[in-house]
Ligand binder design. Sequence first.
Ligand code: URA
Length: 213
Amino acid sequence: MAITEPPRDCDRCPRLRQFLLDLRDEHPDWHNAPVPSFGDPQAKLLVIGLAPGMNGANRTGRPFTGDWAGDLLYAALHKYGFSKGMYDARPDDGLALKGAMITNAVRCLPPQNKPIGAECTACRPFLTDQIDSMSRVKALLTLGKISHDNTVRALGLKLKDYPFGHAKRYDIGGGRVLFTSYHCSRYNTNTKRLTEDMFYNVFSSIREFIDAD
Ligand code: URA
């Protein structure tokens, strides 16, 4: 099934749209639009982030590309065999994902990295569509609570049955497992809420699960 990406001038969220329009004036060379998913459509792993970062995905147009969160995420993908080529923080660095896809729960940059509930709801059909388009997906990895709650809702499941926490693992049917991690943001790593080892351990469990298939 083909996935529907939000149009460049998506107007589902007036606040986010205005934010992007203002940024287009300020930084005409930036992407400043919904950021499409990136990766392998045949992937067994789908990583779901929160939303584009100001100087990362919103600038470069590729999820997690150009900021700290991306340095850690792409390092983990590389270490566990989910990428080909070297990540160099640019969309033209030649990096390809191998068996993985990255998307965001909210496709447009939100002020202070905090989408409001209505924005999550408005953007959710794109996440549902992304998940539904991946016929081979086995592992879904949510990064942070907002990503997690949106993913649970996109799957048509109840939040109370799938509470967020770090390194949880939930059977979601169809042979698929939902893995969770604290978000790999600079804030979380600086405060040691998430260490590199904690993050890599989640990827190690995912690799083991996928390889056992
Ligand atoms: N960049 C993204 O694309 N998503 C995040 O959640 C964080 C940074």
